[in-house]
Design a protein around this ligand. Structure first.
Ligand code: PRP
Ligand code: ADE
Length: 182
C-alpha cells in the first residue's frame, strides 16, 4: 500500500469529534491531526485537487479560492498541485483594498466574508476549497462573491461534508467533491 493510500485510510481516525464546541449541541470536527500527518495531508491535497481536473486529468480551473481560516490551509497546496493561483476570501475588515462583502449564516452563527474586487477576473473558472461543508452558507456566500467579480464557481472541494445538513443544496448546480461524507 502506498503512503498516500495509508494516509487516506487514516483519515477517519485523524478527524476528531469534539462535543459541544463551540457551543452546546454542535459536534465540532477537528481536522488539525490530519494536517499534522504527512501521508494524510498528501492524500487530502491530492484528493481535493481532483475536483479541478477533468476525466483526462486536464486542469479546468483558473483559480482556487479558499475561505478563512481553514480554506487558507488546504487551498494553497491544492492550487500548487493544479498549477494555478490561490485567492483568499477573508472575514470582514481584513482586506486592505476595495472588496465585495456578503453576510451569511453558518452552523453556529453569522459572519461576513469579503473578496478583493479584482482578485477574480471576469470569466475565470474557480474551484472553492474548504475543510468542511456544513450548512453551505460559507460556500454559497463565496460563490456570490466570485460571481460579483464576474467569475464562475465550477466546483467545490471539501475534506468533510456533514450530510445531515443541506450544504450541497446551498451551492445547487455546482458539483461538490467531499473526501469524507459523514
Ligand atoms: O457550511 P457552513 O455552515 O458555512 O460551515 C462551514 C464553514 O465553517 C467553518 O468555518 P468557520 O466560519 O467556523 O471559520 P474558521 O475556519 O475561521 O474557524 C469551516 O471551516 C467552513 O468554512
Ligand atoms: N461541525 C463542524 N465542525 C467543524 N467545522 C465546522 N464548520 C461548520 N460546522 C462545523
Amino acid at each position: 500500500m502506498s503512503a498516500v493510500e495509508r494516509g487516506g485510510q487514516a483519515l477517519d481516525r485523524l478527524i476528531v469529534d469534539v462535543a459541544d464546541y463551540p457551543q452546546p449541541g454542535i459536534v465540532f470536527k477537528d481536522i488539525t491531526p490530519v494536517l499534522a500527518d504527512h501521508d494524510a495531508l498528501v492524500a487530502v491535497v491530492g484528493g481535493l485537487a481532483t475536483a479541478g481536473r477533468d476525466a483526462d486529468g486536464a486542469v479546468h480551473v483558473d483559480k482556487v479560492v479558499g475561505m478563512e481560516a481553514r480554506g487558507f490551509i488546504l487551498g494553497p497546496p491544492v492550487a500548487l498541485d493544479l498549477g494555478v493561483g490561490f485567492v483568499p476570501v477573508r472575514k470582514a475588515g481584513k482586506l486592505p483594498r476595495e472588496a465585495h462583502a456578503v453576510t451569511y449564516a453558518l452552523e453556529y452563527g453569522e459572519a461576513t466574508l469579503e473578496l478583493h474586487r479584482d482578485a477574480v477576473r471576469p470569466g475565470e473558472r474557480v474551484l472553492l476549497v474548504d475543510d468542511v461543508l456544513a450548512t453551505g452558507g460559507t460556500a454559497a456566500a463565496t460563490r456570490d462573491l466570485v460571481e460579483r467579480c464576474g467569475g464562475v464557481v465550477v466546483a467545490v472541494a471539501v475534506l468533510l461534508e456533514l450530510t445531515f445538513l443541506p450544504g450541497r443544496d446551498a451551492v445547487a448546480g455546482v458539483p461538490v467533491t467531499a473526501l469524507r461524507p459523514v
